[in-house]
Design a binder for this molecule. Structure first.
Ligand code: ZN
Ligand code: ZN
Ligand code: ZN
Length: 343
């Protein structure tokens, strides 16, 4: 299978500009269509900027990252729809904000609260104040981590771990993690990894696979520059680290249910229900559909892919039934599902 990622061009003469630039004000966040890449103009650098290709910038993120202290019982699951309704109501009534907080997910050691648009610093402060009120903690209060950037890397030529298709992703991940921690480059990279890497076999019968690794980075993407074109030893093979396009693997969007982007990068006009694919969140499913249809399931992806009607009747988060989950590391398969929209 071909994956047409250009090799990372950054190593040529790529030096970080001397003056770090301020993060663009999130109040003037660009519209989604122009969200990435953010343009940077270093006054002393007439040459074209090359950075940005593997890095997506914090100012375009529609999210608030909360960091509960280590001993805190607060998790992403603590953010129930009741908590969200409460916060959204306060945002609207107290600060006349139209931002809507939609869902919570785990991100690194923090909790990522996805929002309908990029929240302003004052909106973030307001949410944080109320989160601390709702979840009081005796010692250290819940913190907030200013979002910087995410850089997207891939590591190629990783020896494929033989395992049943069910167990493969897990086994491959275990082998990858233990190998990373054995080398100095790998161990320092491992500390920056944002979420579980995604693995994809280079081709269906290949003996090697690729790992897609998203890392925390500075606004200028300097972490990515440190690692791109370096090698890590995995299973006795020297595997090269390359830059990747943002979201080049297959990610499931928890907001619109489609594949290929993370929910905080979602550009859909409204949330889609994972249960019935209606224009509402799963939390509001009971309120939005009539009593007789409550148990009707319709997968947004299988419907969009025009699969036969009897093959659509599952929720889009049903990892056991929906073929999109089974094929989530198979880009060619995913691409074939939407021939009309092929990119
Ligand atoms: Zn989406
Ligand atoms: Zn629904
Ligand atoms: Zn499906």
């Amino acid at each position: 299978m071909q994956v047409d990622e250009p090799a990372a061009p950054l190593s040529a003469s790529g030096k970080a500009p001397i003056n770090p630039l301020p993060i663009p004000s999130s109040k003037r966040a660009p519209p989604p269509t122009s969200a990435a890449p953010v343009s940077f103009r270093a006054p002393s650098a007439p040459r074209k900027r090359r950075q940005g290709k593997h890095t997506s910038h914090g100012a375009s993120r529609r999210a608030i990252i909360l960091t509960p202290p280590a001993d805190s019982p607060v998790t992403a699951a603590s953010f129930t729809s009741e908590v969200f309704n409460n916060l959204n109501r306060l945002l609207k009534s107290d600060v006349k904000s139209d931002v809507i907080l939609t869902h919570a997910s785990v991100e690194g050691n923090g909790i990522c609260i996805a929002a309908s648009r990029v929240p302003s610093p004052s909106e973030i402060a307001f949410v944080l104040k109320h989160v601390r009120r709702i979840f009081p903690s005796p010692n250290v209060p819940i913190g907030h981590s200013p979002i910087t950037s995410t850089s997207y890397l891939k590591i190629v030529d990783i020896p494929h771990v033989p395992a049943s298709s069910k167990e493969w992703a897990l086994k491959q991940h275990e082998a990858f993690t233990s190998a990373l921690n054995k080398s100095p480059v790998g161990a320092s990279l491992a500390k920056l990894i944002k979420h579980k890497p995604r693995f994809m076999r280079a081709s269906p019968h290949s003996d090697s696979c690729w790992a897609w690794v998203d890392i925390h980075d500075t606004v200028l993407g300097s972490n990515a520059r440190t690692y791109i074109s370096k090698f890590v030893s995995i299973g006795g093979t020297n595997c090269q680290i390359k830059g990747a396009r943002p979201h080049s693997g297959s990610v499931h969007c928890a907001r619109c249910q489609r594949w290929g982007h993370h929910s905080d990068q979602c550009r859909a006009k409204c949330a889609r229900c994972s249960l019935c694919s209606g224009p509402h969140t799963e939390a509001n499913h009971l309120k939005c559909v009539d009593v007789l249809s409550v148990d009707v399931r319709q997968c947004a992806n299988c419907t969009a892919a025009k699969r036969p009607a009897d093959k659509r009747s599952h929720s889009s988060t049903d990892t056991k039934v929906c073929p999109f989950w089974k094929n989530r590391f198979d880009r060619a398969w995913l691409k074939r599902q939407f021939p009309a929209r092929s990119t």
